[in-house]
Write a protein that binds this ligand. Sequence first.
Ligand code: DGL
Length: 278
Amino acid sequence: MIAQPFSHPRILVFDSGVGGLSILQAITNRVPGCERFYLSDNAAFPYGTKTEAELIARVTEVMDYAIARIQPDLLVIACNTASTLALPVIRSRFSLPVVGVVPAIKPAAQFSRSRVIGLLATPATVVRPYTRQLIADYAADSTVISVGSSELVWLAEQKLRGETVSDEAIRAVLEPFYQHPAMAQMDTLVLACTHFPLLAEEISRQLGASVTLIDSGDAIARRVQSLLPQLSPDASTALPEHQAFFTKSTAEVEQLRPALARFGLPQTAILDIPLAVC
Ligand code: DGL
């Protein structure tokens, strides 16, 4: 039984940037009665180009600080790049339940009829042994076309700041799929970076209706829901305002305010973490 010192269960959703908002949205839809905290480690963004040692050190450092400060009942690492590497370290370090976000290869393999599946992730996630193992376990009978892109992560950040994302930019990111001989049969694309569902419309516009996009959002929300039944919200107390934290004060954080408000995060604050690893 999880101790519940606060009147509503506190969920901390963590990512390098705004990508985890796609996961937060799914959690909000399914578990609206929780107090939600969002943490973007924008001081160390992006994660997808970091070495494994740098990333484990950074995620550990940020979690040590954030968990002590926010005291969540449950942590969601809303980042495939971090989860496919650092989940065991984080789970062994803290006693709270930790939900990770990993590429949705299994549902994609169950869904695909053509047995040609696309995998779009950060360059780090595409080559992770964890990801390769998911493919071996669940999609061994399929052709999996893997494309790693950091550019798309930046484009998602750009979109949430209210800037225009051109069709040409999206097309350029997707170009490696078109170079693959099996592309014409691809019927399913796994969005294996939490930033990418924020660009689902733009990606679909390029790929057309014959390719179904699959992400991990709702599966994660269901997992969170299953872990929370014993944390019943106190109906007599109003739900406190949800909060977004960043690890660095920047002009971009200011530009994100309208988007954060749309995701139900009217309050932003800076978590001043002493940066040993960045
Ligand atoms: N949103 C993160 C993910 O799901 C990664 C973005 C980054 O490279 O920082 O992989």
